[in-house]
Design a protein around this ligand. Structure first.
Ligand code: ADP
Ligand code: ADP
Ligand code: MG
Length: 499
C-alpha cells in the first residue's frame, strides 16, 4: 500500500513538470500551484488539478506557506514536493507541512535548519571529520577584528553570508585595502537577500574546482552517495555547466570524498536527497563548502550516469521505504554534461534578458534530454529565475558527450532573446574545458564577449551566409542548407552567428 496518493508540487517551470512526470509514472495524482503570471504555463496544464495561489511576485504566491497548505487541503493532496529554490530549504515550511499531517518530500525540518546556516553546518560536519576551508567559525561584525583574522588566514579571502545561497552575499577580497568596503557590501547584500547579515571569512582556495556529491539517506539510518558532479564552470559564483563524473577525480579520491559526504549527511541525521558541496584546490585537497538539503538543479547528470530516477527515489524514501540498493551495487555509466540555458546576455555581463520565445526548437537524438517549462511563443516572466531550460547530453566518454553537446547546441533554436547557449558552445570548444584543466575562474580567464561574435575574417563564409539567407527566404531550408554545406555550416548555425 502506498502512503502517498496525491502530490502537490510547490514550484513552477521545468522542475514542477519534471517532478509531476515521475509522480505520474508512480501512479500518483498531481496538483500544481501557480501565480497569476503562470496561468498559461505548462506545469499548470500538465497537472491533474491546479490552484491559483496569488499575484506574480513570489513573496505573494510561491513563498506563501499558508496558501500552499490551503491548496493541499482543498485538493486532498497528502504530500508536498518543494522542488528547488522557493520554499525548498525553508524549515518552517517543512515543519508546517508535517504539522498539517502531510508528508514533506524532503529532509526533516531540523536538518534543513542546521544546514541552512553555513556556519552551523561547518561546525556539525567538522565533528564528523569532514575537512573545512580554513576560516572563522563564528559570525563577524567588527571590521577591525575581521581584518586581523584575514591577515592571519592570508589574502585572498572570501567574505560569505552564513545564510547565503545562489552566490549572493559573497565577496572575494584580494588585499587589505579593499577589505572594509567589501565587507560592508557583503553584509548589506546578505541583509537584503536573506534578512540575516551574519558573515564569516574563508580562505579563498587557489585554482578552486567545485565538486559536489549527491547523497541519499533513508529514515532507517542508511546513507549512500551517487557519485560526484563537477560544477566549476560558473558566473557570479553560480553554476552554468555541470558534468558527471568529474575529469579530475581518481577512484581513490572519489572514495575518500564519497565517504566524507556520507559522514556529513550522518552529522545531521539526514534522510532524502541532498548534496554535499566541496571545493578542491590545485593539489586536489578537498574542503566542505555547504550542504544543499534538496534536489539540485543539476541532478539529471547523476540520473544519466546511474540510471536512477532521483524523484522516484525521493518519493519512496518519504514514504518510509529503505534505500533499495547498497553503495557497492552502484556504478557509473558513461559521461553526462548539463548546460543551463538562461535568458541572459553573456555579452552584457550575463544580465537577464527577459522576453518572448519567438522561435523555440529543442534538439533531439540519442542521449539528449531537455528539461524545460516553455514552448514557442511564451514569455519568460521577469518575476522568477530566468532559466529557460536544461540541456543534458549523455555518451560513452567525456569527449563524445562534449561532441554531442556541441551538436545539440547547434540544433537548439531560440530567437527573441539572448541566451547562454552560445556561451556554453564556447565552453565546450575551449581547450581548457576539453583538456579538463580548468577551475571556477574559467569565465574571468578566458571569456570575452568577442568570442561570441561571428568571425569576420572568413569573408567567403560571410558571403555564402548572406546568399543562403536569400535562398532560405525564396527556396526554403533544404536549398539554403545545401549552399551552407559547402562551407561546413547550417542554417541554424548561421542564424546563431548573425549579430
Ligand atoms: P544549485 O546548486 O541547485 O544550482 P543554486 O544555488 O543555483 O543551486 O539554486 C537553485 C535555485 O534556487 C535557483 O533557481 C536559485 O535562483 C534559487 N535559490 C537558491 N538560493 C536561493 C535563495 N536564498 N533565495 C532565493 N532563491 C534561491
Ligand atoms: P552558495 O550558497 O551561494 O551556493 P557556496 O558556499 O556553495 O555558496 O559557494 C558558491 C561558489 O563560490 C562555489 O561553487 C565556488 O565557486 C565559490 N567558493 C565558495 N567558497 C570558496 C572558497 N573558499 N574558495 C574559492 N571559491 C569558493
Ligand atoms: Mg553552493
Amino acid at each position: 500500500m502506498r502512503k502517498i496518493k496525491k502530490i502537490l508540487v510547490a514550484n513552477r517551470g521545468e522542475i514542477a513538470l519534471r517532478i509531476m512526470r515521475s509522480a505520474r509514472e508512480a501512479g500518483l495524482q498531481t496538483v500544481a500551484v501557480f501565480s497569476e503570471a503562470d496561468r498559461q504555463s505548462l506545469h499548470v496544464r500538465y497537472a491533474d488539478e491546479a490552484v491559483c495561489i496569488g499575484p506574480p511576485p513570489s513573496s505573494e504566491s510561491y513563498l506563501r506557506i499558508d496558501k500552499i497548505l490551503d491548496a493541499a487541503r482543498q485538493t486532498g493532496a497528502d504530500a508536498i514536493h518543494p522542488g528547488y529554490g522557493f520554499l525548498s530549504e525553508n524549515e518552517t515550511f517543512a515543519q508546517r507541512v508535517e504539522d498539517a499531517g502531510l508528508i514533506f518530500i524532503g529532509p526533516s525540518a531540523k536538518a534543513i535548519e542546521l544546514m541552512g546556516s553555513k556556519l552551523a553546518a561547518k561546525a556539525a560536519v567538522a565533528a564528523f571529520h569532514v575537512p573545512l576551508v580554513p576560516g572563522t567559525t563564528e559570525p563577524i561584525t567588527d571590521v577591525a577584528r575581521a581584518k586581523e583574522i584575514a591577515a592571519t588566514i592570508g589574502y585572498p579571502v572570501l567574505i560569505k553570508a552564513s545564510a547565503g545561497g545562489g552566490g549572493k552575499g559573497m565577496r572575494v577580497v584580494e588585499n587589505e585595502a579593499s577589505f572594509a568596503e567589501q565587507m560592508e557590501r557583503a553584509i548589506s547584500e546578505a541583509t537584503s537577500a536573506f534578512g540575516d547579515g551574519s558573515v564569516f571569512i574563508e580562505k579563498y582556495v587557489t585554482s578552486p574546482r567545485h565538486i559536489e556529491f549527491q547523497i541519499f539517506g533513508d529514515k532507517h539510518g542508511n546513507v549512500v552517495h551517487l557519485f560526484e558532479r563537477e560544477c566549476s564552470i560558473q558566473r557570479r559564483h553560480q553554476k552554468v555547466v555541470e558534468e558527471a563524473p568529474s575529469s579530475v577525480l581518481t577512484p581513490e579520491k572519489r572514495k575518500l570524498m564519497g565517504e566524507a559526504a556520507i559522514n556529513a549527511a550522518k552529522a545531521c541525521g539526514y534522510y532524502g536527497a541532498g548534496t554535499i558541496e566541496f571545493i578542491l584546490d590545485d593539489k586536489l585537497n578537498f574542503y566542505f563548502l555547504e550542504m544543499n538539503t534538496r534536489l539540485q538543479v543539476e541532478h539529471p547528470v547523476t540520473e544519466a550516469i546511474t540510471g536512477l530516477d532521483l524523484v522516484q527515489l525521493q518519493i519512496r524514501i518519504a514514504e518510509g521505504e529503505k534505500i533499495p540498493f547498497k553503495q557497492e551495487d552502484l556504478q557509473m555509466h558513461g559521461h553526462a554534461i548539463e548546460i543551463r540555458v538562461y535568458a541572459e546576455d553573456p555579452a552584457n555581463n550575463f544580465l537577464p534578458d527577459i522576453g518572448k520565445l519567438k522561435t523555440y526548437k529543442r534538439p533531439q537524438g540519442h542521449g539528449i534530454r531537455v528539461d524545460d517549462g516553455f514552448e514557442q511563443g511564451m514569455d519568460i516572466p521577469f518575476y522568477y529565475d530566468p532559466m529557460i531550460a536544461k540541456l543534458i547530453c549523455h555518451a560513452e566518454t567525456r569527449e563524445a558527450a562534449i561532441e554531442k553537446m556541441i551538436r545539440a547546441i547547434q540544433d537548439y533554436e531560440i530567437t527573441g532573446l539572448e541566451t547562454t547557449l552560445g556561451f556554453c558552445g564556447f565552453v565546450m570548444k575551449h581547450d581548457a574545458f576539453r583538456s579538463g584543466n580548468f577551475d571556477t575562474r574559467f569565465v574571468e580567464k578566458y571569456f570575452t564577449p568577442a568570442a561570441l561574435q561571428p568571425d569576420h575574417t572568413h569573408t567567403e563564409e560571410a558571403i555564402v551566409a548572406i546568399l543562403a539567407g536569400t535562398l532560405l527566404k525564396s527556396n526554403g531550408r533544404g536549398a539554403a542548407d545545401g549552399a551552407l554545406a559547402a562551407v561546413g555550416t547550417t542554417v541554424s548555425r548561421w542564424r546563431k552567428n548573425r549579430s
